[in-house]
Design a protein around this ligand. Structure first.
Ligand code: GLN
Length: 540
């Protein structure tokens, strides 16, 4: 049976519990163990698919088509393994399961309660991911003290009891704030949140302290004393130059050794070289390019977490730091904000806010020959822009934004028109795609057969395909069994690719995704040869 490590958070949210869990997992993986992660989210939504990315950050899509918490993206990127729908569940999902069982009469005669029914279901889901694993790291969302996370903490406590002392471990991530006025770091919030955890019956074994400044020795002692852990179990988590450095910071403080000792695990390896190489490449770039990201949610960077990471991985392939310029697509002076960028990405999205600005951005990329990558909605926008400005189909649109357009270049398939519910009813997860021989897409991927993750309802309308292709917007990737266009590229443009899927979910620091490595390469090319260029064919 796998051993469990539960990661809880105290004091405030956004402490980086996900990065802590992923980093600890990476450390143990580097010690030769098989490790996976599981994220529990205490909200009532059945999955984050219907939530606003402003509040919750990006929705991460797994190979098997689950819409999950963005922390699963960290797990995949750190561990270089695939997560599945069982690696994330919410309170809503647990209640949905229990209520459905109750309706089917599976609890006949009993009063259905949080303890034991809800907690049993949570424990059942903890166990689902243990197959073939030495260690499962369970990250419990929310902050200790919240009403919502109580059933999860109770389930973790029970699981700890059942597994026994050497088989479960509790890591508590807290904040040690710095008070400017008195110029000191404060441990009281940590003491209080550990107190709260103890009230529920959980004694943390390791305390990870998020801090802006180094923790002095006496503070470490104080936290150890008040929280009843050995001094070496107080781990400092300073703001790092890159999130990928966190596993190494933990390793230097002996975190992996302690976990191995506490769980009585024998390490079979000790290889951090690949990871050190990643960190070295991130922190020692030789060049720099600026890439504009033209999305709707640019105030909250978490909304485009995977795109952000994938762009920086793309940079690693060229020893290049990618400066991301988050554009406000509603800005009246959009063209001005694009000046000097070496590449443009239009990411995925829903809803019509900012669509006109995005169309303008694609037009700029097309006419000024700026390397361009369109992702999902970004691809649909590229088609709309081309239809309007090159084919002169005035008012061409996606029926998502204008259901009565004369030129529905992006439309729902008949099967999607029947769908009534919005949760988990899109084209989701991994689909194969065949790339056209000799296309830019095939050159960039280095193969003709690819498979990428999807999360969308609308598709390029095949009725317009011939018209688009004749004018130079070529369909170079297709989901063959349904004849759905998946990739378009612009003839005569140095680097213009737009895809109906989300390649960003599959990029890893050790294996930058070809499309992101590709656009950074093209952006570098442009940075070497700046100067105004206009595409003679399309700039009319
Ligand atoms: N809103 C578009 C659709 O549903 C694009 C979705 C996306 O970009 N993920 O098809």
């Amino acid at each position: 049976m796998a051993k469990f490590i539960f990661v809880t958070g105290g004091v405030v949210s956004s402490l980086g519990k996900g990065i802590t869990a992923a980093s600890l997992a990476k450390l143990l993986q580097s010690r030769g163990l098989s490790v996976t992660c599981l994220k529990c989210d205490p909200y009532i939504n059945v999955d984050p698919g219907t939530m606003n990315p402003y509040q919750h950050g990006e929705v991460f899509v797994t190979e098997d088509g689950a819409e999950t918490d963005l922390d699963l993206g960290h797990y995949e990127r750190f561990l270089n393994v695939e997560m599945h729908h069982i690696n994330n569940f919410t309170a809503g999902k647990i209640y949905e399961t229990i209520i459905a069982k109750e309706r089917r009469g599976e609890f006949l005669g009993t009063t259905v309660q949080v303890i034991p029914h809800i907690t049993d279901e949570i424990k059942h889901r903890f166990r689902l991911v243990t197959k073939g694993m030495d260690v499962v790291i369970v990250e419990i969302g929310g902050t200790v003290g919240d009403i919502e996370s109580l059933p999860f903490l109770e389930a973790a406590r029970q699981m700890g009891m059942e597994a026994g002392r050497d088989n479960a471990l509790f890591v508590h991530v807290t904040l040690v704030p710095y008070l400017k006025a008195s110029e000191e770091l404060k441990t009281k919030p940590t003491q209080h949140s550990v107190g709260k955890l103890r009230e529920i019956g959980i004694n943390p074994d390791i305390i990870v302290c998020r801090t802006e400044l180094p923790l002095p020795g006496e503070l470490r002692n104080k936290i150890a004393l008040f929280c009843s852990v050995p001094r070496e179990a107080v781990i400092e988590a300073p703001d790092a130059a890159t999130i990928y450095e966190v596993p190494l910071i933990f390793h230097r403080q002996g975190l992996d050794e302690q976990v191995l000792m506490l769980l009585r695990l024998r390490a079979t390896g000790r290889d951090f070289s690949e990871w050190m190489d990643v960190v070295h490449r991130i922190t020692h770039p030789e060049r720099e390019v600026t890439i504009a990201l033209a999305g709707k949610y640019t105030e909250l960077k978490d909304a485009y977490k995977s795109v952000h990471e994938a762009l920086s991985h793309g940079g690693l392939a060229h020893k290049t730091r990618v400066q991301i310029r988050y554009l406000d697509v509603r800005s009246p002076d959009l063209e001005k904000t694009l000046e000097g960028v070496h590449g443009i990405v239009v990411p995925g999205g829903f809803g019509d806010r900012g669509i006109d600005g995005k169309i303008q951005v694609v037009r700029y990329a097309r006419e000024h020959q700026v390397p361009f990558l369109g992702l999902c909605l970004g691809m649909q926008i590229a088609v709309i822009e081309f239809a309007r400005n090159v084919l002169k189909l005035s008012g061409a649109h996606s029926t998502e934004f204008d259901s009565k357009t004369r030129y529905p270049v992006i439309d729902l398939l008949a099967e999607q028109k029947q769908v009534q519910e919005l949760g988990a009813t899109m084209r989701l997860g991994s689909y194969p795609c065949v790339l056209k021989k000799g296309s830019l897409a095939q050159k960039v991927y280095g193969t003709a057969n690819i498979s990428e993750r999807h999360r969308h309802r609308y598709e390029l309308n095949n009725k317009f395909r011939k018209l688009l292709e004749e004018a130079g917007l070529l369909v170079t990737g297709t989901y063959v069994s349904k004849n759905l266009p998946e990739v378009v590229e612009l003839d005569g443009h140095p680097w213009f690719l737009a895809v109906q899927f989300h390649p960003e979910f599959k990029s890893r620091p050790q294996h930058p995704h070809p499309l992101f490595a590709g656009i950074v390469g093209a952006a570098l090319e442009r940075s070497r040869n700046p100067g105004e260029r206009r595409n003679p064919i399309y700039a009319r």
